[in-house]
Design a protein around this ligand. Structure first.
Ligand code: ADP
Ligand code: TRP
Length: 323
């Protein structure tokens, strides 16, 4: 069996620097390795928070275009919509019958979301089960994600074990989470950057909008003339995502020397963000004008993903006596 990489991103808003440096950059970089790659738009998951049909459709389309504009190559990766593979729901049910409530009750993401006033629906609670199903159904070895998703991947490993042990089989394999160089990108307020916290720098931002957001990154109130600490500064942390070692050392030296205001560091950051994502913005504009192409890519991807999903579902049904 070929070794596989699998990951997904929720279409719950516009993609931001955290999504890119935490997850998508790894997804694209891994395209040239030995593994088979499956990447999907987790639209079933997004339904836990986006409950407006035109908006969800728009976000799904947006994430599809973003991935392609950022360099996803459909000849190298199977790229599809999660909901085009309904077999995932059947497997999720099977996992729900072998998984204790306690495991889900420990999920940080669920607790964080209800603390942020997201409605505590059954779906929100069940989210890690659906995620385990949409991972394990493709039998991947690696799941590249940001830090916030690692617990979900660990729960997925547990669920693979529960199923195999309960039904004395070997249907599911244990995937490993893989974090990139930036597993927790800070938002403009210093908290984890997240669509649901309103603290993002979006990949699509440019011009005045980008300037306003970058200039608003939270800093401490150290006066201009005093030395500053790059290691605790959000602006520096964001700049470090783009800069090479010499550039980072040069800016760190200016922080430590004093005499530099945070505004200067923010301008350097602004130029980096704007330049880095320039080619992406151009490619994105081209793809927006080709909706049929984008749809064809997703349909073709779903066909390939579904073949794998059907085969695993059939094995799982046999293992538990449903077929
Ligand atoms: P959000 O929190 O904005 O809703 P998602 O949950 O859709 O983002 O995450 C998609 C991918 O991006 C996941 O692999 C997640 O771990 C990663 N990710 C999200 N935010 C960050 C961040 N601030 N730093 C690093 N990775 C992140
Ligand atoms: N829960 C993930 C997130 O919020 C999205 C996701 C759904 C996912 N299914 C997945 C990520 C499978 C990796 C693998 O980012």
């Amino acid at each position: 069996m070929p070794k596989r990489i699998l990951s997904g991103v929720q279409p719950s808003g516009k993609l931001h620097l955290g999504n890119y440096f935490g997850a998508i950059q790894q997804h694209i970089a891994l395209q040239d390795g030995d593994y088979e790659r499956f990447y999907f738009i987790a639209d079933f998951h997004a339904l836990t928070t986006v409950q407006n049909a035109p908006l969800l459709r728009d976000y799904i389309k947006g994430v599809a275009i973003d991935y392609l504009a950022l360099g996803l190559d459909p000849a190298k990766s199977v790229f599809f919509r999660q909901s085009d593979v309904p077999e995932v729901q059947e497997i999720a049910w099977m996992f729900s019958c072998v998984t204790g409530m306690g495991l889900l009750e420990r999920a940080h993401s669920y607790k964080d979301k209800i603390a942020k006033n997201i409605k505590p629906t059954v779906g929100l609670f069940y989210y890690p089960l659906l995620m385990a199903a949409d991972i394990l159904i493709y039998k991947p070895h690696l799941v590249p994600v940001g830090q916030d998703q690692v617990q979900h991947v660990e729960m997925t490993q547990d669920m693979a074990g529960y199923f195999n042990q309960t039904f004395k089989c070997n249907v599911f394999i244990r995937p490993e989470a893989r974090m990139g160089q930036a597993p927790k990108v800070p938002g403009v307020d210093g908290e984890k950057m997240s669509k649901s916290y309103g603290n993002t720098i979006d990949l699509q931002m440019d011009g005045k909008e980008l300037k306003k957001v970058v200039m608003g990154v939270k800093t401490d109130s150290t006066p201009v003339e005093q030395a500053k600490n790059p290691d605790t500064c959000n602006v520096f942390a964001l700049y470090a995502l783009f800069a090479n070692d010499d550039e980072k050392a040069a800016l760190a030296a200016r922080y430590k020397a004093g005499g530099m205001g945070y505004g200067d560091a923010k301008k350097l950051l602004l130029d980096k963000v704007s330049d880095y994502f320039g080619p992406y913005r151009q490619k994105r504009a081209e793809l927006v004008a080709r909706p049929d192409y984008v749809e064809d890519v997703l349909r073709e991807g779903a066909k390939r993903a579904r073949e794998v999903a059907r085969a695993t579902l059939s094995e799982a049904k046999t293992a538990c006596g449903l077929a």
